[in-house]
Design a protein around this ligand. Structure first.
Ligand code: 5GP
Ligand code: MN
Length: 330
């Protein structure tokens, strides 16, 4: 938080601000972005939230969602102008510009002051200021610290509190992951005091399954779960055809990997998904078995020690073979 005084000075007069976050935004990406958005708007700044891709419906309840600019062919040129004209760009919940797809070059060449707020490992050196702490449970927790550091805690209203709470709740796996600290709970207590309805947030995020998604989970558990007992690993492979068949939408496969990790004695779980343009891999682990280095070394990815992801341009078959070979020789 050492850069907070300089950022406070920077924000002491109204600015044109862009907030962006990683592709396929999750609860923390969107919650931290919209929480910060609502706070900065209260302080008279002109703010846009720009996401590299769309995000799941279970996040659209957040206040400010209507104003989010989602990157697609039809919005890209407007986004380019906003990035070029911004005086300040906040980069939330990612540490490398590759994670924002084709927005990366726009951020890189913008003359705006860039501020990174993030908890992933190994940040790239592209920001002017950074509030970066890998021990933080969520970027939303860092946004809370940042607002507090600016002396703005009194401005955290119910809407901001619920966005930040959603970020912390989802990134900690509902306060189960080792990243959950006593301080995380203290921050949550403050958010509840500010009016966050935690029951509403929880139900809206976790208990709004479509029947398609539930049927898909049942099918995946029954037919697609592969367990490699000897190496304490379990994984799913989901094809493009299955995506179609179950009418899966963005976010519908989220959480599936945790079922594989919940099997007794399993230490590493993965889901390998065939997407239109590439193969996407998600990894989860327990204890000291690091998946971020595994993802970085073999699948052009990264993330946290116990939750990481990557991708591959190879065929689904070859990617699965490679994954199996690597896991079995670990
Ligand atoms: P998920 O499996 O939920 O997509 O991602 C888990 C974690 O891994 C996230 O914190 C995310 O930042 C990271 N991650 C996922 N995909 C990639 C990727 O392609 N590259 C990098 N560097 N990190 C990723
Ligand atoms: Mn996060």
């Amino acid at each position: 938080m050492k850069d907070v005084p300089a950022i406070k000075t920077l924000l002491s007069s109204p600015k044109k601000i862009v907030i962006t976050t990683h592709a396929n935004p999750d609860g923390d990406a969107l919650g931290s972005s919209l929480g910060l958005f609502l706070f900065l708007k209260k302080h008279g700044h002109q703010v846009d939230v720009i996401t590299p891709t769309s995000y799941p419906d279970f996040l659209t309840w957040m206040k400010g969602n209507q104003d989010v600019i989602v990157n697609k062919d039809s919005t890209f040129s407007g986004i380019s102008k906003k990035m070029a004209g911004a005086e300040v760009i906040f980069c939330l919940d990612f540490s490398g510009l590759k994670r924002i797809n084709n927005l990366g070059p726009l951020v890189a060449k913008s003359k705006a002051k860039k501020i990174l707020i993030d908890h992933h490992l190994d940040p790239e050196d592209f920001a002017d200021y950074s509030l970066w702490n890998t021990k933080s449970s969520a970027t939303a927790e860092l946004v809370f610290d940042f607002i507090e550091g600016l002396g703005g805690q009194k401005d955290i209203d119910k809407d901001i509190a619920e966005c930040l709470y959603a970020g912390i709740m989802t990134d900690t796996g509902s306060f189960k992951h080792p990243s959950t600290s006593a301080k995380t709970h203290r921050v949550v207590a403050e958010l509840m005091d500010a009016g966050a309805n935690i029951n509403k947030v929880n139900r809206t995020i976790y208990d709004t399954n479509s029947l398609n998604r539930l049927r898909f989970i049942g099918y995946a558990l029954m037919e697609k779960l592969v367990v490699l007992d000897k190496v304490k690993a379990a994984y799913f492979v989901i094809t493009a055809e299955e995506h179609e068949r179950f009418h899966l939408k963005s976010g519908d496969t989220e959480g599936l990997v945790n079922y594989a990790l919940s099997i007794k004695d399993i230490e590493l779980a993965a889901i390998i998904m065939e997407r239109e343009d590439e193969i996407k891999l998600s990894f989860r682990s327990v204890g000291d078995r690091a998946v971020n280095t595994f993802a970085a070394e073999h699948f052009e990815g990264g993330g946290h020690k116990n939750a990481a992801g990557g991708h591959s341009q190879d065929t689904l078959e070859n990617t699965v073979e490679k994954f199996k070979r690597l896991i079995e020789s670990q």
